[in-house]
Design a protein around this ligand. Sequence first.
Ligand code: ZN
Length: 334
Amino acid sequence: MTDIMPDIMDGIDILISEVGPRDGLQSVQSIMRTDAKKAWIKAEAEAGVREIEVGSFVPPKLLPQLADTGEIVQYARTIPGLQVAVLVPNFKGAENAIAAGAHKLTLPLSVSETHSQANLKKTHAQVLEEVEKIAELIKFQPVENRPHFEGGLSTAFGCTLEGHVPQAKVIEMAERLIALGCDEVGLADTTGYANPVQVKQLVTGIWAAVGRDKLTGIHLHNTRGQGLANVMAALDIGLCTLDSSLGGLGGCPFAPGASGNIITEDLVFLLDSMGLKTGIDMEKLMTVQDVLKESIPGEELYGFTPDAGLPKGYVQAVHGGSGWGHAASKLAAE
Ligand code: ZN
């Protein structure tokens, strides 16, 4: 942990990292107003969400939806206790992210090199060169400006272009990212190919290679309906940070009518009902969709729990309940 990160895990078992303002918004046509983004982030933080990926420092001409990321980071930094995460595609993005004051930078590296060249227009060697430069940049920042630096292993479970992605390749890239100075690696099932057995195998393999403290989180998709099953595998093995998107914003480009990212509301209900503490108040969380409905009308939102509501007599963990009494805190222990 670097010095500017708030003590994020205090009193909770699992950290929910909301990625909607980045991952969700970059996949929709609508451009959300800056004031609506701020209202969204504020409302989610007030519901108890402790980490939000608020944007991406990509050139505005590529993603006009995220052109205001600098302003959004500065705003989010004023919210007490909120860890402000951003995506950075390259060194330039990292410079901007540090200038804006982000707590955490994630640089995505697509394990499928074909995907890397198609999406980032970069070979692995070129991405790794950026990683090394960013790690150096961070090292020479004053302690109070030094963000946590994650190398995000995307297409880690399979690729729409290459198909199968060998686990050995993912592990090799994890080792290289850590060797070049990342504080941590993250795993992303960008394509929704993962299954629970694969999640456990890959996490175990990466832990054996780089150490357990170097991989704590996972970014899962629900493209084929396996999102929450994969969450259970991640919990079982002991990961403690889960990415998700409010209302599943962004949908899935490969499967129209399906959410891409796992849905924050359903994920929080799953965890809370098993007695795992997230610090999130579900009733408050379920009102946050209103900001999206008002500011980007017509964009499809998903989620079973927001539609069905909480079960009768349900007492949330955040209000002293323990879900249905099946205290599952052991799941997240170790
Ligand atoms: Zn995603």
